[in-house]
Design a protein around this ligand. Structure first.
Ligand code: GLN
Length: 492
């Protein structure tokens, strides 16, 4: 028998609507699973079980009260438990960003994405673990300890939204919010065998997302399937007066059908994403998935994204540059922890010296250097120019194809500690995910197989700006005819 915490978001939504289960029962089942696995997994920084049960009861009461009225007015998300990555503000709940410097920071407001989901009636069980300020690819940069991958507890769940991905994969929760600045939704989704959406830059408000790289940051979500992610995307997307970069475009109503026919769809396969060093099992699983799309009627075409090799150096200049400016606000005056000292300058030193971890400090230094007078043009300015070329690659490709299919990461989940001694090795994990952020295009990662160690393999689809519906349609078609996304780790 399926346990309630195993239900997908859509299945749970249907069961709630039909009155077969209550939100309290569902929430309690999730809390029980969390209680059981959390000591080993460390997927959360802060848990809010009382708040969750209160929200669940409120959802049940609302549903009860509406029983006689048409239920159609209720959001399909009413009463569904979710986790929120700890870089997004949930009012009156501690928001650490995985950092010591915000250990005691309690935001008085909700991020717009969270606010919209709360209005739809979601239940928030807690704040998911993440790399400090979302800087990392393994969750090992969290000041609150690394998260463990439920498929193999000695391995990383990926990062930076590793807590969100592990919680969904470990069936602690049917869905979670994550953020993606350079791959942080897609890579952990891939490592944990779940489905993750990184929307177009500007599609979901960044208000209340603690800024890392403001021109790259996006709020996304992780769940068991594309069908689940539609529910979340439709509620949280759309213009927000509080984020000037959010686009005033209608959010399409995404109607998924049971018919997996992909006739007329053109899928581009970029040669630059099948390079030496990629784990052979990853390449073969991704190629098999592309063949599956072909068997559903899609036309497969080779495309070229010639500036892909520059994405890594460009990203690791632009993101730290923006981070160095964004993180200047943590000076002990307004937010979080304050070091004690006799002078103001010494207080800044104390606060930032003790509050930030090694990777964050490294990025602040790289970023400050890249932006400094005399180096700005050579580093930051140059990187921005190459970024334009990378964006142009995608625009050209999307004149020929509707989506681009590629691996999410060169390997499956690596061991905790395997790359933590070498920043460069860690940065190399991001080669395939950074280009979408630099170009601002949407991406969807989903499971397409396992390696010989039974670790999940992910594929990503990238689409034109503001065309998330294509990614949903293609992923859903694939998930209609395969069941990789229904697999879950054996956990005792
Ligand atoms: N791993 C990348 C970094 O460390 C991406 C992180 C992210 O998307 N937040 O910057």
């Amino acid at each position: 028998m399926t346990k309630l915490n195993d239900l997908s978001l859509q299945q749970a939504s249907d069961a709630l609507r039909r009155g077969e289960i209550s939100s309290r029962e569902l929430t309690q089942a999730c809390l029980n699973q969390i209680e059981k696995l959390e000591p080993e997994m460390n997927a959360f920084i802060t848990l809010t079980p009382e708040l969750a049960l209160e929200q669940a009861d409120a959802a049940d009461q609302l549903r009860q009260a509406r029983r006689k009225d048409p239920q159609s007015e209720l959001s399909p998300l009413l009463g569904l438990p979710m986790a929120v990555k700890d870089v997004l503000a949930v009012a009156n709940v501690r928001c650490t960003c995985g950092s010591r410097i915000l250990e005691n920071f309690i935001p008085p407001y909700n991020a717009t994405s969270v606010e919209r989901l709360l209005k739809a009636g979601i239940v928030t069980v807690g704040k998911a673990n993440a790399d400090e300020f979302a800087m990392g690819s393994s969750t090992e940069n969290s000041a609150y300890g690394a998260t463990h991958n439920p498929w193999d507890m000695t391995r990383s769940p990926g990062g930076s939204s590793g807590g969100s991905a592990a919680a969904v994969a470990g069936r602690m929760i049917p869905a979670a919010l994550g953020t993606d600045t350079g791959g942080s939704v897609r890579q952990p989704a891939s490592f944990c065998g779940v489905t993750g959406l990184k929307p177009t830059y500007g599609r979901v408000s960044r208000y209340g997302l603690v800024a890392y790289g403001s021109s790259l940051d996006s709020v996304g979500a992780l769940a068991q399937s594309a069908e689940d992610l539609v529910l979340i995307f439709e509620e949280m997307a759309g213009v927000d007066p509080r984020d000037a970069t959010s686009m005033d475009l209608p959010v399409p109503k995404i109607e998924l059908t049971d018919d997996p026919d992909l006739k007329g769809l053109r899928v581009g396969v970029p040669e630059e994403y099948f390079i030496e060093g990629i784990q052979p099992e990853v390449e073969s699983a991704v190629r098999k998935a592309i063949a599956e799309l072909e068997s559903l009627g899609a036309e497969i075409r080779p495309v070229t994204l010639p500036h892909t090799e520059y994405a890594l150096p460009v990203y690791y200049l632009i993101a730290p540059a923006e981070a160095s400016a964004n993180l200047a606000r943590y000076d002990g005056v307004r937010f979080g922890v304050r070091g004690s000292a006799d002078s103001l300058l010494e207080m800044f030193h104390q606060t930032r010296g003790a509050g930030f971890g090694a990777e964050v400090k490294r990025r602040i230094m790289i970023g400050t250097y890249a932006l400094s007078a005399g180096y700005y043009d050579a580093y930051y300015g140059q990187a921005q120019k190459v970024r334009t070329l990378i964006k142009g690659d995608f625009e050209k490709a999307f004149e020929q194809v509707d989506v681009v299919a590629a691996p999410v990461a060169p390997t499956t989940a690596f061991r905790l500690g395997e790359h933590s001694g070498s920043p460069l090795e860690m940065y190399l994990q991001d080669v395939f995910t950074l280009p979408a952020n630099l170009a601002g295009v949407p991406g969807m990662a989903f499971p397409v197989g396992f390696d010989t160690q039974r670790l999940p393999i992910g594929m990503q689809l990238m689409g034109p700006h503001f065309r998330e519906e294509i990614l949903f349609r293609v992923t859903h078609a694939y998930q209609q005819v395969t069941n990789w996304h229904r697999q879950s780790p054996v956990l005792n």
